[in-house]
Design a protein around this ligand. Structure first.
Ligand SMILES: Cc1cc2nc3c(=O)[nH]c(=O)nc-3n(C[C@H](O)[C@H](O)[C@H](O)COP(=O)(O)O)c2cc1C
Length: 361
């Protein structure tokens, strides 16, 4: 578990914040970066239809802070020329790495040949990768699922082809498109991809604990790992991995710090967006973040029913102060299951809708 390089860019530690539409925007990435331990952050996936038609939202999604470097922009689409133009725009805004989405299972994306739709049209993917290579000088990377369906797992073939096209890092989410988010990620296939190509390979799927993460990392022999949903439940997860890699006890935040992180996040949201949107995003993160906290289910309900920033702040204060003083909150129980947050279906469809109107598709 050593740092690895994507061309001359060192990924150190070899831990990547997995791109999540509607989640890994500027505010969330900032929150995670501040906790430490993350070696690479990636934008949400960005529609090249939106980008190349100058949709302001798509352009805004490429915004990043210098402190985030190395920073990758992920794009999606099915049209080679548009993908190449979108890639060029990402390089122009200063991204360090250009990543192509080859995994999103959302019907709206797949229907137009993008995301995991590319896994059943490798000739098209090949053209896209070659066109992008011609138009950018920053490294090109790929994030893919292992295949479209159980009967068409083609991760090795895809990875080899991508390597031939000049892709310099392959990230594999060990599920098929048809699997969606069901079952567990197949790390055997991730391992097979690692063994089949010589560019660095990172593995992804279901890492929410150090124990599981190190086990899958070691068994598969990958160069790095990506963590998505686990970072929403535990923003310190990267730092904890880094601690163990460097021989320290994993950092354990106390209740005060957990409260401070939610407030920090809310502060970023309020700087960036209208209050109504900030409230929605806060509820989304809080839903995941309360996993493992006493009375988390009831706390979440109070947040869901908060209609203003002040109400949210008051409720956060009451909840964490109750926990800090050892008093019982709600039913006093820790939930076995937290609400699932799944897929790029959860992304803001607004962007795509706008693109569809603009392109007439
Ligand atoms: C809400 C949500 C949005 C996602 N959006 C993207 C995306 O924009 N691009 C992408 O490559 N993967 C996306 N994914 C997939 C994740 O990056 C990751 O591959 C998947 O969640 C498995 O990793 P995990 O178990 O660590 O979450 C998304 C996942 C979720 C839950």
């Amino acid at each position: 578990m050593k740092p690895f390089k994507i061309r001359n860019i060192e990924i150190n530690p070899p831990l990547i914040l997995s791109p999540m539409a509607g989640v890994t925007d500027y505010t969330f990435r900032r929150l995670i970066k501040n906790r430490g331990g993350v070696g690479l952050v990636v934008s949400e996936f960005i529609s090249v239809e939106g980008l190349t038609r100058h949709n302001p939202k798509s352009k805004r999604q490429m915004r990043f802070d210098e402190s985030e470097r190395p920073f990758a922009v992920q794009i999606f689409g099915g049209q080679p020329e548009r993908m190449a133009m979108g890639a060029e725009m990402a390089e122009e805004v200063g991204a360090d790495i250009l990543d192509v989405n080859c995994g999103c299972p959302a019907p709206k994306v797949v229907k137009h040949g993008g995301g995991s739709g590319l896994l059943r049209d490798l000739p098209r993917l090949e053209i896209i990768l070659k066109e992008i290579k011609k138009s950018i000088s920053i490294p090109l990377t790929l994030k893919m699922r292992i295949g479209f369906s159980d009967s068409t797992i083609n991760a090795i073939e895809t990875a080899k082809m991508a390597e031939q096209c000049g892709v310099e890092h392959i990230q594999v989410h060990g599920r098929t498109k048809e699997q969606g988010y069901k079952g567990l990620a197949n790390w055997e296939v991730i391992k097979a991809v690692k063994e089949a190509v010589s560019v660095p390979v990172s593995g992804n799927g279901d890492i929410t604990s150090l124990e599981y993460g190190f086990k899958k990392w070691q068994e598969s022999g990958v160069d790095g790992v990506l963590i998505g949903r686990g970072a929403m439940q535990n923003p310190w997860i990267f730092r904890q991995f880094q601690d163990v890699i460097e021989g320290r006890e994993p950092y354990q935040p106390d209740i005060e710090e957990k409260k401070a992180v939610l407030l920090e996040f809310f502060g970023y949201l309020q700087e960036e967006m209208p209050e109504i949107v900030a409230l929605g995003k806060m509820k989304q993160l809080a839903g995941q973040f309360t996993k493992g906290l006493v009375g988390g289910a009831q706390f979440r309900q109070t947040l869901y029913h908060s209609h203003s920033a002040q109400e949210i702040l008051d409720n956060i204060g009451i909840y964490f102060n109750t926990l800090a003083t050892g008093n019982r909150y709600g039913d006093g129980l820790i939930e076995a299951e937290t609400p699932a947050i799944e897929s790029c279906d959860a992304f803001s469809v607004e962007d795509l809708n706008t693109c569809e109107v603009a392109s007439g598709i």
